[in-house]
Design a binder for this molecule. Structure first.
Ligand SMILES: Nc1ncnc2c1ncn2[C@@H]1O[C@H](COP(=O)(O)OP(=O)(O)OP(=O)(O)O)[C@@H](O)[C@H]1O
Length: 311
């Protein structure tokens, strides 16, 4: 069964169309990534799924419920970590978790969650005194405290240092393994590629593509390169004649072969047949960044600063 079905979602702010006929489905138990340039309509889309914004037209089903009409049912089953969580400055970590858990019929053990998110030492600390990373982890804990069937995580690791990001990724995988369906909105291509089962690329309010990370990468037309050195001489035509090889350059003993499709396998086979050994071999892999550029014409925004965790 689909956990979420979004059909022809449309939302405008004044004259500005923020979301334009967006459709996709999220399967139960998957991590569904949403990526796209700034202002693409990602937050508007996920906040509509959570019932926090009312679409102008289109339909949304969350586990069979309508987020606007069946608000209580959706709230009980869907947890949201919003981009800018704002809590009273004076509230303490444990108080926030206890308070939020009281909103749900079947809450998680908030002390366990606090421990899982590495916040136990900070349980008596007031919200305003938390570091950016700690605030972020608290907002994740609050999204999970209602034992939701679906969690929406918007900018999951923005503000976290590299180690804390990796810890958070492991946590999210554990949450998914426990059966929670996750929608992950992110600016980080490595995060989307590592965590998502499928990804929707949203650009200018429209869905540009929905596919697995590997499927999106395969769609990007960018070619791949392999570089190596050869001890023995090699007739260049052995490589240029290979299928899928588009160019071969050699200078200072360093070879650069560009191609697509299965060209790496053909190059490796040709070198083996010629009985030459490649040294210092380096493959420039295509990744989700390339797919993002191919689909949106823009480079992903990787300039979001992170804040050092102060523990
Ligand atoms: N409440 C609002 N009132 C007016 N315009 C809005 C409002 N919320 C969003 N917008 C505009 O709608 C468009 C989509 O915004 P949205 O926040 O959904 O995009 P986003 O993809 O989440 O962007 P970002 O990655 O920067 O968070 C943007 O042009 C934004 O300026």
């Amino acid at each position: 069964m689909d956990a979420i079905e979004v059909r022809n979602l449309h939302k405008r702010y004044g004259k500005h169309v923020a979301v334009d006929e967006v459709s996709f489905t999220v399967e139960e138990g998957e991590i569904f990534g949403i990526i796209g340039p700034n202002g693409a309509g990602k937050t508007t889309t996920v906040e509509s799924i959570a019932g926090l914004r009312t679409p102008d037209s289109g339909s949304i089903s969350v586990l069979g419920f309508n987020p606007v009409k069946d608000r209580a049912e959706v709230r009980e089953r869907l947890g949201v970590q919003l981009q800018e969580s704002s809590f009273p400055d004076a509230i303490k970590v444990s108080e926030a978790l206890e308070l939020y858990s009281s909103f749900y019929q079947n809450p998680a053990d908030w002390r366990e969650l606090m421990d899982l998110l590495g916040l136990t030492e900070k349980r008596h600390t007031r919200y305003k005194a938390l570091s950016g990373g700690q605030k972020q982890r608290l907002s994740i804990a609050l999204a999970l405290v209602g034992t939701p069937k679906i969690a929406i995580l918007d900018e999951l690791t923005t503000g976290l240092d590299p180690q804390a990001r990796r810890d958070t990724w492991s946590l999210i995988e554990r949450v998914r393994d426990a059966g929670v369906t996750i929608i992950l909105v992110t600016h980080f291509m490595d995060e989307a590629e590592r965590l998502s089962d499928r990804i929707a690329v949203i650009d200018g309010g429209r869905v540009a593509a929905v596919d697995t990370p590997a499927g999106l990468i395969a769609r990007s037309s960018a070619s791949q390169q392999v570089r190596f050195r050869l001890r023995q001489p090699l007739d260049k035509s052995i490589l240029t004649d290979l299928p899928d090889v588009t160019s071969v350059d050699m200078s200072d003993g360093r070879w650069t072969v560009t191609g697509n499709g299965q060209f790496l396998t053909s190059v490796a086979g040709a070198l083996a047949r010629a009985q030459v050994v490649a040294e210092d071999l380096r493959v420039d892999q295509r990744n989700l960044d390339d797919a993002f550029v191919a689909l949106t014409g823009r480079a992903p925004d990787s300039s979001i600063p992170f804040e050092r965790k102060v523990d």
